[in-house]
Design a protein around this ligand. Structure first.
Ligand code: NAD
Ligand code: UD1
Length: 337
């Protein structure tokens, strides 16, 4: 398939582009580079031997999107483009609503006008809010989000669901990612956050190479076995392969479908630190700090639906992901140029 990958130079997008090429698809990338580097294209070429077509444009720019659909016979779209920094979204809500909602609306309009009817959307487990029961199933009622970023995901899910009701010719997959971590084993692609990382793994990796002093563990008084929060950490390569499997599913014309992409296994913050130390052989100094507002005690996925319907399963361990994240951080101490 010719697949338009929006936000395809970002953390998950770039790994997915590699997975698409390895599966014999033809990715075309559009990205405005607001949170990624142009050098990622060279790195994808080094890994796969393929120079991907790239258009630097904003998904909110209808003219630019029309031009892409007119220039390439696009069979399907994977829509990663969006802003994702939770803390920033609280400070700048309009920036998040504007970018995430508008880019999706413009994309859908362009797809409709150009007769492209297959869409995969990057949603998040954040739409479940503070879960009443675990593990989370796709049928678990959505919860209250704690920040504008999370709300954009919930709103876009609703918009796409309403749209699919009246557009039976469209196939749309809402993929609820749990916590993507890790990097490409080559050390060439990985998570490259600007400024101080918000997420656990990039922070741990920067502590491990000495770029930061210590990790703050946000709370050890949660009602969990070791007192720290539990999440479902999924290797980004597994996640990328989940997108290839989802495209295959869309070819069966299923209409609107929803899948949790996780491992089904919960891991605590202390367990992540131990796994990282084991995988890297490096000590990760930490101090226990107060809880971070908006954090839920635990969430992890029930992945039965994805396994059954997508014939896909996460294969890699948290330790594999820690090793790959460490290698990437060591090879790129200041990120990708
Ligand atoms: P990322 O920031 O690394 O990648 C997003 C890419 O989209 C960046 O390259 C950025 O430059 C681009 N972009 C942003 N707005 C754009 C626009 N208007 N037009 C064109 N390009 C634009 O983020 P990621 O971690 O790869 O996440 C990809 C998607 O998955 C996002 O939608 C994110 O919200 C979602 N998601 C991520 C996580 C996570 O933990 N990383 C979890 C759940 C969901
Ligand atoms: C966060 C977002 C979520 C978003 C996801 C991916 C919040 C409340 N949730 O998920 O909406 O989809 O990132 O971008 O921000 N931790 C530490 N020290 C750190 C960093 C994290 O102890 O320096 C802990 C956190 O308290 C949490 C766990 O590590 O228990 C994972 O945190 P993080 O990587 O930020 O992911 P989430 O909070 O699950």
């Amino acid at each position: 398939m010719k697949v338009l990958v929006t936000g395809g130079l970002g953390f998950i997008g770039s790994e997915t582009v590699v997975a698409l090429l390895e599966a014999g698809h033809e990715p075309i990338v559009v990205d405005n580079l607001c949170n990624s580097k142009i050098g990622v294209i060279d790195r994808i070429e080094t890994i796969t031997g393929v120079r991907i077509p790239f258009i630097q444009a904003d998904c909110r720019d209808k003219e630019a999107m029309d031009k892409i659909f007119s220039s390439y016979q696009i069979d399907g779209v994977i829509h990663f483009a969006g802003l994702k920094a939770v803390g920033e979204s609280v400070k700048l809500p309009l920036k998040y609503y504007e970018n995430n909602l508008l880019s999706t609306l413009v994309l859908i309009q362009a797809m409709e006008e150009h007769g492209c009817h297959n869409l995969v959307f990057s949603s998040s487990a954040t739409v479940y809010g503070d879960p009443g029961e675990l593990p989370l199933k796709e049928t678990t009622p959505l919860g209250t989000t704690t920040n504008p970023y999370g709300e954009t995901k919930k709103m876009i899910e609703r918009i796409l669901t309403d749209y699919a009701h009246v557009h039976p010719e469209f196939n749309i997959a809402l993929l609820r990612y749990f916590n993507p971590i890790g990097a490409h084993p080559s050390g060439l692609l990985g998570e490259d956050p600007r400024g101080i990382p918000n997420n656990l793994l990039p922070y741990v990796a920067q502590v491990a190479i000495g770029r930061r002093d210590h990790l703050n563990v946000f709370g050890d008084d949660y009602p969990t076995p070791d007192g720290t929060c539990i999440r479902d950490y999924i290797h980004v390569l597994d996640l990328a392969e989940g997108h290839v499997a989802t495209l295959n599913k869309l070819n069966e014309n299923p209409g609107l479908v929803i899948y949790n992409l996780g491992t089904g296994k919960g891991t605590s913050v202390f367990e992540v630190i131990k796994a990282f130390e084991k995988a890297s052989g490096v000590k990760v100094p930490y101090v226990v700090a107060p809880r971070r507002s908006g954090d839920v005690t635990a969430n992890y996925a029930n992945v039965d639906k994805a396994e059954k319907e997508l014939h896909w399963k996460a294969k890699r361990s948290v330790e594999d992901a820690c090793r790959d994240a460490y290698n990437f951080q060591k090879a790129n101490p200041e990120g990708i140029a």
